[in-house]
Design a protein around this ligand. Structure first.
Ligand SMILES: [Ca+2]
Ligand SMILES: [Ca+2]
Length: 305
C-alpha cells in the first residue's frame, strides 16, 4: 500500500470512529433507510431475566439481518444466554452425561454412546490460551498449564467442542442452539449496527486477534468487556448479551450443506467481517477447533406460581 492510500484508509477509519457509533439505522415502511443521530445514548434498556444463570429476554419482533441490513421478524419471545458456555459448565454436563452412560471416551475424543458422534477433543493441547478439558481418574477436569492455578480457566468459554457436543449439552438441559436469525436478533436488535454496540470495533470492546487483552492470544473470561475490568467499555448487545463479537465463535443450529453456521468471530480473527454480527462461518458437524464454542437459547419460562 502506498503512503497516500494508507493515509486515506487511516482517515476513513478515524472518520467512521468519530461519527458512525452515534447513528442509528432506521428501516422505513417504504423500504428506504434513514439514519437518526442518537447522540450520547450508546445502548438501549434490556431485561435480564435470570441474574444467576444469565439469560436475556429477546422479545418477538423485527430485527436487522445480514450484510444488507434486511428487516426480518421473529414472531415469538425467547431467551438467550448472556454469556458463552464456560469450561466449568461444560465439565458439569460431561461428568453428568458420563455417569449416566450417555457419552464415552474413545481415542482422546468424547463421543456419543449411541451415535458415536464426536463431541469434544480431549487432546488438542495444553496451552495457556484456553481451558483444555481432560479426562483423568474417571472424571473430566480442566488441565492447568504451567504457571497457572486450578480454576484459572473455569470462567473462560469452552472450545474444542463440536456442533454435536454443543447440541448434546443444550438437549441435556432442555434448551437448544440458536438459529442464525435468533443469534443475530440477540446481537443486533433493530439497531442495524455491524457490532453489538455500534459500527466500530475496538480493543476496549472485544477480544480479537491483536486486541491486546491480558490473555492475548487466547480466550478471555466471559463478560470481560464490562466496563469494570481495566481498559474495557461495557459492551453488551442491545438485549444484554456479552462477547457476541469475538472471544469464541458460536455454533448455531442453522444447517447448510457440509455443516452448521457459527457466528461472531473469535480471539483468532483479524478479518473484521467475521467478527461482525452478520458474518457467517461454516464448520463441519464434527469439527472441534480451539476458537469455537457456543451459547444456548430456551423458551421463556412460565412465571413462578
Ligand atoms: Ca485478543
Ligand atoms: Ca463470541
Amino acid at each position: 500500500m502506498n503512503a497516500q492510500i494508507k493515509l486515506l484508509v487511516l482517515l476513513s477509519i478515524a472518520f467512521s470512529f468519530l461519527f458512525s457509533e452515534k447513528l442509528m439505522r432506521i428501516h422505513n415502511s417504504d423500504g428506504s433507510v434513514t439514519y437518526k443521530n442518537i447522540g450520547l445514548i450508546d445502548k438501549i434498556d434490556f431485561i435480564e431475566t435470570d441474574q444467576g444463570n444469565g439469560w436475556c429476554l429477546v422479545p418477538a419482533g423485527v430485527f436487522t439481518f445480514g450484510d444488507d441490513d434486511e428487516t426480518r421478524t421473529i414472531n415469538y419471545d425467547f431467551e438467550i444466554m448472556k454469556y458463552e458456555v464456560t469450561n466449568a459448565q461444560y465439565i458439569t454436563y460431561l461428568n453428568a452425561a458420563y455417569n449416566a452412560g450417555d457419552i464415552i471416551v474413545d481415542d482422546n475424543y468424547v463421543e456419543s454412546f449411541t451415535t458415536g458422534n464426536r463431541y469434544y477433543d480431549l487432546a488438542a493441547g495444553i496451552y495457556a490460551n484456553y481451558g483444555q478439558i481432560i479426562f483423568e481418574g474417571g472424571e473430566f477436569k480442566i488441565a492447568v498449564p504451567t504457571g497457572y492455578n486450578v480454576g484459572d480457566f473455569d470462567n473462560h468459554p469452552v472450545v474444542e467442542v463440536s456442533a454435536y457436543g454443543a447440541m448434546a449439552f443444550a438437549i441435556h438441559y432442555g434448551w437448544s442452539l440458536p438459529s442464525i436469525e435468533e443469534w443475530e436478533k440477540a446481537a443486533r436488535s433493530t439497531m442495524g449496527w455491524d457490532f453489538p454496540w455500534g459500527d466500530v470495533i475496538g480493543s476496549n470492546r472485544a477480544n480479537y486477534s491483536g486486541s491486546g487483552d491480558p490473555f492475548e492470544n487466547g480466550t478471555t473470561p466471559i463478560g470481560y468487556y464490562n466496563g469494570v475490568n481495566a481498559g474495557t467499555v461495557d459492551s453488551p448487545s442491545p438485549y444484554g448479551c456479552y462477547d457476541m463479537a469475538g472471544n469464541v465463535l458460536e455454533w448455531t443450529r442453522t444447517e447448510v450443506p457440509g455443516g452448521y453456521i457459527a457466528k461472531g468471530g473469535s480471539y483468532k480473527d483479524t478479518n473484521t467481517d467475521l467478527l461482525k454480527s452478520w458474518g457467517n462461518f461454516l464448520q463441519n458437524y464434527q469439527s472441534t477447533i480451539d476458537d469455537l464454542g457456543f451459547r444456548c437459547v430456551r423458551n421463556v419460562p412460565a412465571p413462578a406460581p
